[in-house]
Write a protein that binds this ligand. Sequence first.
Ligand code: ADP
Ligand code: MG
Length: 339
Amino acid sequence: MPDIIQLLPDSVANQIAAGEVIQRPASVVKELVENAIDAGASQIKINLKDAGRTLIQVSDNGCGMSDTDARMAFERHATSKIKEANDLFEIRTMGFRGEALASIAAIADVELHTCQHDQEIGTFIHINGSKVIKQEATSCACGTNFMVKNLFFNVPARRKFLKANSTELKHVITEVQRIALANSDISFSLIHNQQTIYELGQDNIRKRIGILFGKNSTQNLIPVNTETSLVNITGYIGQPKHARKTFGEQFFFVNKRYMRHSFFHKAVMQAYEKILPPDSIPSYFLFFEVKPESIDINIHPTKTEIKFESESAIWQMIRASVRESLGRHNVVPSIDFDQ
Ligand code: ADP
Ligand code: MG
């Protein structure tokens, strides 16, 4: 029998990797905006056409890339953010896998303009389906500008699974909300088909919550602030009377990264026990700061699931901290329901 195993060409390997990281336009937005944050940008602009199907443009005023790095950035496992295995246990950046750009370039048409701050000449690169079409020196603004066109042009099956533009746009808005909440010191704009959806200046967190979710949700927000050696918990929680029957304004962030955490959600729910209208969920915007080495971010490609070293201790602290805030604001009823 002849040998039958062969190594996949990079373009195919990248397309497979893209399947994990890039599910829809919102995933591209997330990856590009996170890169802009890692590049130290204070201003990030997102411009979409047709909910990102035809165009996703993300531009930033971050550090930019050198000519060589601009090309390297599209290689798989190419990253400036970690160097060795040990770094994986102490992640301080949003990215570290070095997979996003290679994945995006495998399944779309990508144009990159980038220029470092101390340079006058920048770099332009055009890549289509992992193939470099053009790379040349160019004069452009300091920072980085990605234009991602015709997403999934060479993956019809994926394209077919995209939902209506209104649904895809909702996913983008959800991603932008999460990132904008976690980075209220960065200004963001989000424009869709030439209509401005968000124009966010550099804010504090409370103001940003107000702009994103409307005055009604922020009027009676209760601050949370607990500092321990294990975790700092800050942010805001909603009044029980404003709790809703559906999920929507529940946010956990760890070290500025949005995360889902059903176990921690239960800690918040327990803190609100007996003071919520039946079947309703309070809003919360809770930010955890922990030592980077005490969490594992590397368990899922989209990094929204995170493992904590001291999960049950933090669970207790969340419940205590939320309870204490509710109590401090006289939200906890003075009549004991058990009596
Ligand atoms: P990762 O973010 O995991 O490192 P990516 O594929 O997203 O991987 O990006 C690869 C590299 O390209 C980054 O490590 C970074 O050095 C560079 N890069 C990407 N986007 C930007 C940007 N907006 N500004 C500056 N450098 C960038
Ligand atoms: Mg990245």
